[in-house]
Design a protein around this ligand. Structure first.
Ligand code: NAD
Length: 392
């Protein structure tokens, strides 16, 4: 039985993205599924209802569409009133932000939903097309530089004119993961002189390949700082002190600082102190991409630009991919479609949630009325099966 899908309009203020695009709807309809889209769901991503209709979807109200759907596609975790409308047993695919969210996870379990957290997708080759952290962080890194350039009251590139020379801006990128690397590339395209830092040694070569200069405390701890999954570890107090000393000296000479440092499941590391901000030149701009997770910059506030006493601007846009929603939604929609296709039985078109599949095991939070993800208090899936296999 092919599926009925519901593409919800996001209810959270400041969330302009949508989880489907005309392109993904067309592919779902072609595969025999019924796609319903909540009225106005794509407006803020520049996708009019008529474009979804043209791709084969029907436009519905939440009251009419949510309860009939086998699969709900969203950007953000559903709120309590939203999930009460969903059918028991429906799959919900979204960025679930499951850390410290026991109540919300409990509600989704109780509602009998199979809730999938896109951001927990393993970073393996097979799942590259489903990697929302990458697709969204890439745009966030780009947009952070655009925001910084707009707030910076000087030109970015060096300009040699008959009236004199404008020096190139000095941009420092802290955290050279997906967002940081795109920030480096974007700042370079705009002609800035770019330096970058990270705690993972693998970042060194990547920064250099984009024309940035890598600066970091490269001690023994640094050499072992990357986890098997490619993520950073939380660094020791000693390392943090050495890093702070290096940053303090460097940052005072910078015009623009983009911070992107994150550690999965932990608060963002504090990398720029008030004292460091005090040492910066008036007119300098910082963009803190980690602001939603506590921020890398002391005093950064979500969705505010804080101006310090010495006239340094700290920009804290929480939903940076949302600033480029029309691009971000297209990529997010593709990520979701690629994952959904792995959950659908090729023959019957029905939903087939195979908990032995590593993509499902990594992302499934709640299922059959229970919390199932071991990292968030659920029981390890199929522990008994694994034992049997090991024995056999
Ligand atoms: P992230 O968003 O978790 O963190 C951003 C960056 O901050 C990381 O590079 C991290 O090392 C850095 N950081 C953390 N603590 C820091 C500190 N105290 N000081 C300075 N920097 C700090 O990371 P991400 O962007 O998701 O990327 C993580 C890794 O995964 C990277 O190696 C990336 O290339 C890799 N990756 C792999 C795949 C894949 O194989 N499919 C896809 C995407 C990313």
């Amino acid at each position: 039985m092919p599926l009925t899908l519901f593409v919800a309009k996001e209810s959270q203020a400041g969330e302009p993205r949508v989880a489907a695009s005309p392109d993904t709807v067309k592919r779902l309809v072609k595969a025999g599924h019924t796609v319903t889209v909540e009225k106005g769901a794509g407006i803020l991503s520049r996708i009019p209802d008529a474009d979804f209709e043209g791709a084969g979807a029907s436009i519905v109200t939440a009251a009419a569409g949510a309860g009939k759907a086998d699969v709900v596609l969203k950007v953000r975790r559903p709120t309590s009133p939203e999930l009460k409308k969903y059918k028991k047993g429906a799959a919900v695919i979204a960025v679930m932000d499951p850390y410290d969210a026991e109540k919300a996870l409990g509600e989704m379990a109780k509602a009998g939903l199979s809730a999938f957290a896109m951001e927990l997708m393993p970073r393996i080759t097979r799942a590259q097309s489903m990697d929302v952290l990458s697709s969204q962080a890439n745009l966030a890194g780009y947009q952070a530089v655009i925001e910084a350039a707009a707030a910076y009251d000087r030109a970015m590139p060096m300009m040699m004119t008959a009236a004199g020379t404008v020096p190139a801006a000095k941009v420092f990128v802290m955290g050279a993961g997906v967002a940081g690397l795109q920030a480096i590339a974007t700042a370079r395209r705009l002609g800035a002189v770019v330096t970058a830092t990270d705690v993972r040694p693998a970042a060194k070569e990547q920064v250099a390949s984009l024309g940035g200069k890598f600066i970091a405390v490269e001690d023994e701890e640094f050499k072992a700082a990357e986890t098997a999954g490619g993520y950073a570890k939380e660094m020791s107090k000693e390392y943090q002190a050495k890093q702070a000393e290096l940053v303090a000296e460097h940052i005072a000479k910078q015009d623009i600082v983009i911070t992107t440092a994150l550690i999965p499941g932990r608060p963002a590391p504090k990398l720029v102190s008030k004292k460091m901000l005090d040492a910066m030149k008036p007119g300098s701009v910082l963009v803190d991409l980690a602001v939603e997770r506590g921020g890398n910059v002391e005093g950064a506030k979500a969705n505010e630009t804080v101006t310090t006493r010495n006239d340094v601007k700290v920009i804290g846009i929480a939903n940076m991919p949302g600033q480029v929603a029309a691009s971000a939604s297209l990529l997010y929609a593709k990520n979701v479609l690629a994952f959904l296709e792995t959950l659908v039985d090729g023959e019957s078109g029905a939903l087939n949630i195979n908990r032995d599949d590593e993509l499902v095991a990594a992302t499934l939070l709640t299922h059959d009325g229970a919390l199932v993800h071991p990292r968030f208090g659920g029981e390890a899936p199929a522990a008994a099966d694994k034992g049997e296999k090991a024995d056999g």
